[in-house]
Design a binder for this molecule. Structure first.
Ligand code: 3HC
Length: 293
């Protein structure tokens, strides 16, 4: 039977998770926003509140709507609170053992007819689903950064998925005002399969030393017409995420051009992961004003 999705939970309140919470709550859903400790749940609340306050400051959201949106969200560190969720969206770090631990715990908590979704950008949805008690109710729901702004949602169906569940999640994304695309489980799904080789190529070009960061970014922005240059976009997405997707795609194709560039690997080792750590290809520390590092 097609699931009815009203009450939603989002697990993991980093940049993506907090953005996804905002999307659901703004659309009128009751949302459980969950992270691993009260401090992390509080940090997530800070991300969502800051984003809503910015929208109020720009005159895009009324104070009443801001308060109503926040009122629909329960921030918690207790997975046990999710017993009545119709849909759980997992947005925890991209490590299979962490995903498995979350989904295994959910098996004992949520209703057997609840839909379980993963926001993974790189891991095998089939492997995640196969480790659960109800793989037919597991799908990918892949949002794009920043989730409150970008319309694309990839709905990933595995060979184990119930087609009615896939359709329900696609319809839900439409009701959120998003543009869903349904795609089978493959390395990079669709959008990253297009984007990551471009980003990786840009890093490899920069690595040659023949072009400056700003010129390279301007070529992507002004010349190709994308909203951000490729190195700026890497910093937004997170260099660790770019590297993980590169590696998954390389595993699938074994094409040398899909391997992650050395500079990317080095910056990840150095924990220069982009905006989230204050430095990536550019420096985002307050005094540097998001300029060249
Ligand atoms: N949360 C909420 N709203 C945000 C936001 C955020 N984090 N960042 C920007 N916005 C809003 C701003 O408030 C502004 O709204 P307004 O026009 O109504 O005032 C609007 O977005 C535009 O923002 P800015 O004026 O500050 O700056 P830009 O015009 O440069 O837009 C951008 C910023 C939306 C990030 C735009 O540059 C962009 O779309 N960049 C490309 C992002 C992209 O390609 N993302 C996909 C990455 S791949 C991915 O996520 C998949 C993963 O698996 C790797």
């Amino acid at each position: 039977m097609a699931p009815h999705i009203n009450k939603v939970a989002v697990i993991g309140l980093g940049t993506m998770g907090a953005g996804i919470v905002e999307v659901f709550a703004k659309a009128g859903h009751e949302v459980y926003a969950v992270d691993g400790s009260p401090e992390l749940a509080e940090r997530g609340k800070g991300f969502v509140t800051t984003s809503l306050d910015r929208a109020v400051g720009k005159g895009k959201l009324s104070e009443d709507d801001r308060n109503a949106t926040l009122g629909r969200i329960t921030f918690t560190a207790e997975l046990a609170d999710l017993a009545d969720a119709d849909l759980v969206v997992e947005a925890v770090p991209e490590r299979m053992e962490i995903k498995h631990a979350v989904f295994t715990a959910l098996d004992d908590i949520v209703r057997p007819d609840a839909v379980l979704a993963s926001n993974t950008s790189s891991l095998s949805l089939t492997e995640i689903a196969a480790g659960t008690a109800h793989p037919e109710r597991v799908v990918g729901m892949h949002f794009f950064n920043p989730a409150p702004v970008l319309a694309l949602v990839e709905v990933i169906r595995t060979v184990l998925a119930d087609p009615e569940v896939v359709d329900a999640v696609r319809d839900l994304a439409l009701n959120l005002g998003k543009k869903p695309v349904v795609v089978g489980d493959r390395a990079g799904f669709v959008a990253n399969a297009l984007l990551i080789p471009y980003l990786s190529r840009a890093i490899a070009l920069y690595q040659t030393g023949k072009v400056s960061r700003t010129d390279l970014d301007n070529a992507g922005r002004v010349g190709i017409g994308l909203p951000m240059g490729p190195l700026t976009l890497c910093d937004l997405v997170g260099l660790d995420v770019v590297k993980e997707v590169c590696e998954v795609m390389y595993d699938a194709t074994k094409r040398p051009s899909d391997a992650s560039p050395q500079l990317l690997r080095q910056l990840v080792l150095a924990r220069r992961l982009g905006r989230k750590t204050g430095q990536g290809f550019y420096d985002y520390s307050a005094d540097a004003g998001a300029e060249e590092s």
